[in-house]
Design a protein around this ligand. Structure first.
Ligand code: ZN
Ligand code: ZN
Ligand code: ZN
Length: 141
């Protein structure tokens, strides 16, 4: 995954650094939305500090390499996909498990189109489907 991450950084015109590769490769590998804390946990061995992770995620987001979704818990999560021509458009709904907080992309489906007043400035669009994931249902029984 490191190679793909590196190629994408380069294609987006970003300077390629070890830490940037780490973060993007991790998101590509997981292919589901991860929070800052998830990422810091997964990258424990690389010893990335919070500020670095925050900064890299903001950069990846601005470059359109990842998309961002906020859970009802107020936590932002970031996601990259392996299969979408190097970009992660993010214009799709997401599932959120209310028990474990795991989020999943319904990346094959589009968000419905909504007409908003022309004087309303849209900054973010998202649709969340709340429920209990298969794993948590098993644990409850
Ligand atoms: Zn995703
Ligand atoms: Zn769950
Ligand atoms: Zn998504």
């Amino acid at each position: 995954m490191d190679k793909i991450a590196e190629d994408r950084l380069r294609a987006a015109g970003l300077r390629v650094t070890k830490h940037r590769i780490c973060v993007l490769a991790c998101l590509l590998e997981e292919a589901r939305p991860l929070s800052h804390l998830d990422l810091i946990g997964l990258l424990r061995e690389q010893k990335l500090d919070r500020v670095t992770v925050y900064r890299i995620l903001a950069l990846l987001k601005d470059s359109g390499l990842v998309h961002q979704v906020q859970g009802t818990d107020g936590i932002w999560r970031f996601c990259a996909h392996e299969d979408v021509e190097g970009k992660c458009p993010g214009g799709h709904p997401h599932l959120l498990c209310e028990v474990c907080g795991q989020m999943t992309c319904l990346s094959e489906q589009k968000l419905p189109h909504l007409d908003v007043p022309h004087d309303f400035k849209v900054t973010h669009k998202q649709m969340l489907i709340l429920g209990i994931c298969a794993n948590c249902q098993k644990l409850q029984n």
